[in-house]
Design a protein around this ligand. Structure first.
Ligand code: ATP
Length: 910
């Protein structure tokens, strides 16, 4: 039988075979598959991914663009104009419909492409053993026969037959609906066991909530159990957010109101002013087309997608689009410490051991540095207690120290790496490793219990347990201490004092202990960890704050955002590091144990006051989020472990770590930090505010430009003036400007002072009183420019065609000028940055100019739209009308800035 046949025929029965047989059948060696074999299997079985849900085809997407109330109106109008033989109007209407649909199609495509790129960044990883070494690969590159490591927080990347397990518990809700985690083992189960009872298997898509395991891949992609029910687990939700839905509704209500108003104008015009029904009908269609902000939802979506793309470039990957809005109104950021606020580059600086305090020299991971006592360099060989402590640190350790091109790297946990480097700085390093004292079993470090333990056999065949972890935790297990002259009963008070002194210098603490014993078997059990240990040393590790985090915390404080640090570290360490970052200065730090003693009301009282929470566990994070939210705060919370998921889900913006975070945390989060860096959260908040600003700016641009055109027409009807714009001309303006100019605002970068404002209150209505004023003022201004010029020209005897051509150009030019005004809501744009800072604005204007020139000067356009050539003087007047809008709009901003009016605006609008 070929291997392919084996895999095919046994697919259903892997759980009933002993794991050795499975490995044999899949020809998997203990060192995993060779790279050449991986290539062969990849060609045979394909990548390990599920077929994505069917996307809409481009044609379907294009057709969907016509599903829009305005386009229905315009198509209906085109049919009626064709019936009335107004062929030019029919043509213009149809062209406007097609152009609108195409622009919508392109914009939507752009938004989807932006999100697709981000989806790809969220692809899960898997840790495998291939060709004898451990590697991190994309989960899509797994093939049957691969050996995969699982640790708590992992999403199982393919169907695995377990080969070794250590307290493995897996939550299989994705597959079986059962939300209680299932304990796994490697013992074979019967062939007819249902999916939920196959304890020796880990299925793709399920979640490791505890423990560790190794398994061999037996099925990938569509062949997995999950593939059979084909359910996509991750991905970004649809292109919408609460605000966009609100705008969409607003747009629809506005459209209906405009249609109602148009109908009223039609009735008024025909009955009261005795206009021709056919002529009035065309006017009303033009009016509706100009007033309905049809580009609104599409451009809003693009603005949002571009914001998400910009955030991704700054290494903040958005998983749920509503988070972009929430980010702009965040009032509290609760952040982990290690690796997020600090560099996570650990160096041991102090070892308290055998009655001495050793200071350790050297920086980074290079194992070079001296040991000194009271400033005097010493030879480590004379300190046997130190040798034993180093041994404990090196053995009770899962990290690897590697030299590459003259620089040293740590693979694994940097805290453990620091202990290897410490060992490397002594001479007994060579004898300390696992070759001399092989490891029989281990209990890995988990933040909940804050220690790690290993079981070894020495060269005489004796058994040893080593533990390392938070001093309080380790002291509880210790009965003795190793002093200069051998073992003595442990002096807990002295060690506690030492720990507090060391932590107060901002050093992270680890205690090391050992116990010699005759265990029952090789496995470590919790009863082996109860007492009888000998305390060997207390280690102080420095982990400096990130420079950019210090700046980012200051920026957040400026922006009215509180920063709280929630850490597993010792309270004194946390306070000292907090002080370096300007977090919680002069305020007490409280510990998880204290939080546990408080009821919700008490926690609510301290939640706002305290900024440093030490020795905190995931459940404290959840309670803290709830307490802060009860104060009306908008909370961003970071997390990385599987147990952080509830707090991340509950927070307004859950933030997961991309590098050290588990899949479980990433899936629960709204945003993933690709670089685990606090500064990235601050820049995402900045971008979040910018996106919201751009949405506002677009509305402030779109509504008055549409309103201005509509007012020109309405005023002409009301005051019985000659129509300054013909229906076809109104449609032309709409076609040229409505979706093109405004789109440029989606590319607007964040304003300089954006992080000096207060956070925006969540749920605040977009259209504040100030907004309504601005929309009305600019609408009237636009109308004054165009209508005024038109009437003035008629007054001085210019032909109606020329006056209309000037009115059309005045509207378009005024929109171009106002687009520049709209870059800043209140700040002046009369400076180099303001006028030229966004090249998309300049490009959009540059694209409109030739269209207007063609409209005015080409015979073809003149015959379609009844336009005429303009003289230089007439063009100058048109520019004058545009400038009028520009200057008055700037003047209004100036007055608002200068007068007390500004202080009446909400703080976040200033
Ligand atoms: P945060 O990232 O939330 O700021 P942290 O990373 O400092 O917190 P943990 O990793 O949970 O918090 O560590 C808490 C404590 O557990 C540390 O102060 C240290 O004493 C101990 N500890 C950390 N890493 C290990 C490890 N690999 N082995 C044993 N003990 C450890």
């Amino acid at each position: 039988m070929t291997e392919n046949q084996i895999i095919g025929s046994r697919q259903e029965y892997w759980h009933s075979l002993a794991h050795e047989d499975v490995l044999r059948a899949l020809r998997t060696e203990p060192g995993g598959l060779a790279d050449s074999e991986v290539r062969v299997r990849m060609a045979q079985y394909g990548p390990n991914r599920l077929t994505p849900p069917k996307c809409r085809s481009p044609l379907q997407r294009l057709l969907m663009q016509f599903h829009n109330i305005l386009l229905y109106v315009m198509l209906g109008a085109a049919a009626i104009t064709a019936f009335l033989h107004h062929w030019v109007d029919t043509g213009v209407l149809l062209a406007a419909v097609v152009i609108n649909a195409i622009i919508g199609f392109i914009q939507e495509g752009k938004a989807e492409a932006a999100l697709d790129a981000i989806r790809a960044m969220l692809s899960p990883h898997a840790t495998v053993i291939r060709a004898g070494s451990r590697r991190e690969i994309d989960a899509t590159d797994l093939v049957p026969g691969d050996l995969v490591f699982l640790v708590s927080g992992d999403r199982v990347p393919a169907d695995l037959r377990l080969v070794s397990v250590k307290d493995l518990r897996v939550e299989e809700a994705a597959l079986t609906g059962e939300s209680m985690p299932v304990e796994k083992s490697i013992d074979t189960v019967s062939a007819d066991a249902p999916l939920g009872d196959r304890y020796d298997m880990a299925y793709s898509g399920t979640l490791v909530v505890y423990g560790q395991a190794t398994g061999v891949v037996v099925a990938t992609g569509a062949a997995t159990e999950l593939g059979k029910i084909n359910e996509m687990l991750t991905g970004i939700q649809s292109l919408t957010t609460p605000l966009l839905r609100q705008i969409d509704r607003f747009g629809r209500v506005l459209a209906l109101a405009i249609l109602g108003m148009s109908a009223a104008t039609f009735v008024l015009g025909t009955m009261w002013r005795d206009h021709e029904p056919a002529e009035m009908f065309m006017m009303v269609v033009a009016l509706a087309a100009s007033a309905i902000p049809e580009g609104l939802p599409a451009i809003m979506t693009v603005t949002l997608a571009l914001g998400v793309q910009r955030m991704a470039r700054r290494r903040a990957i958005i998983r749920h689009l509503p988070a972009v809005e929430a980010l702009g109104s965040v009032t509290v950021i609760c952040s982990d410490k290690t690796g997020t606020l600090t560099r996570n580059e650990m160096t041991v600086q102090r070892v308290v051991c055998g009655g001495h305090v050793f200071d350790v020299g050297g920086v980074g991971y290079a194992p070079v540095g001296d040991f000194s006592i009271d400033g005097r360099i010493i030879d480590t060989e004379h300190y046997p207690a130190l040798a034993m402590a180093i041994r404990a640190g090196v053995l009770c350790n899962d990290a690897r120290l590697r030299q590459e091109d003259n620089s040293w790297h740590v693979e694994g946990d940097p805290t453990e790496g620091a202990l290897l480097v410490l060992g490397g700085k002594t001479r007994f390093w060579q004898h300390a490793g696992e070759t001399a004292w092989p490891r029989l079993d281990s209990i890995p470090f988990e933040s909940q219990h804050r220690f790690m333990a290993t079981h070894h056999r020495d060269s005489d065949g004796d058994s040893w347990f080593f533990v390392k972890g938070a001093p309080e935790r380790i002291l509880d297990m210790c009965s003795f201490q190793l002093s200069r002259d051998g073992e003595h009963p442990v002096d807990v008070d002295t060690w506690r004092r030492m720990a507090t002194d060391t932590a107060a210098q901002g050093l992270r603490l680890l205690a090391l202990a050992c116990k010699r014993a005759t265990p029952e078997g090789e496995r470590l059990s919790l009863s082996d960890l109860e007492d009888g240990y000998t305390l060997l040393a207390l280690v102080g590790i420095i982990d400096l704050p990130r420079k950019e985090a210090i700046r980012a915390v200051a920026e957040c404080h400026h922006a009215g955002i509180r920063v709280k640090m929630i850490t597993g570290d010792h309270a004194e360490t946390a306070r000292a590091i907090g002080a370096q970052l300007a977090i919680g200065v002069g305020k007490p730090a409280i510990t998880g144990a204290e939080v546990a003693l408080m009821d919700d009301a008490a926690l609510r009282r301290v939640a706002m006051e305290v900024d440093v929470f030490a020795r905190a566990s995931p459940e404290h994070k959840l309670r803290l989020v709830q307490a802060l939210q009860a104060h009306g705060q908008v909370v961003a919370m970071t997390g990385d472990g599987v147990n952080d998921a509830p707090a991340l889900k509950c927070a307004d913006v859950g933030v997961a770590m991309g590098m050290k975070g588990t899949e479980a945390a990433k899936e629960a989060a709204d945003m993933v930090l690709a670089d685990d860096n606090f500064a990235t959260i601050a820049s995402a908040v900045r971008e979040g505010r910018a996106v919201y600003d751009n949405l506002k700016k677009f509305i402030l641009f779109m509504l008055p430009t549409n309103g201005g055109e509509a007012l020109v027409v309405i005023a002409a009807i009301l005051f019985e003036l000659a129509l300054p714009l013909t229906p076809a001309q109104v449609l032309w303006i709409n076609m040229v400007t409505s979706s093109t100019l405004g789109l440029a605002l989606a590319f607007e970068p964040a304003e300089h002072g954006i992080m000096n404002r207060r956070p925006r209150p969540p749920g605040e209505a977009l259209l504040s009183g100030f907004f309504v004023w601005r929309v009305l003022m600019v609408s009237v201004l636009m109308m004054t420019g165009a209508l005024g010029l038109f009437l003035w020209e008629l007054e001085i005897g210019t032909s109606i065609e020329t006056a209309r051509t000037m009115a059309v150009n005045a509207v378009v030019v005024a929109e171009m000028f106002y687009l520049v005004n709209s870059r800043y809501i209140l700040a002046s744009v009369v400076n180099l940055e303001g006028l030229t800072g966004n090249r998309y604005i300049l490009l959009a204007i540059a694209a409109c100019i030739p269209l207007q020139l063609a409209y005015t000067h080409t015979p073809m356009m003149q015959s379609i739209f009844d336009s005429t050539d303009l003289s230089l003087l007439e063009w100058a007047k048109v520019l004058g009308a545009g400038l009028l809008v520009f200057c008055v709009a700037e003047l209004e901003k100036f007055v608002i800035r200068q007068t007390r009016l500004a202080s009446r605006l909400a703080p976040h609008e200033q």
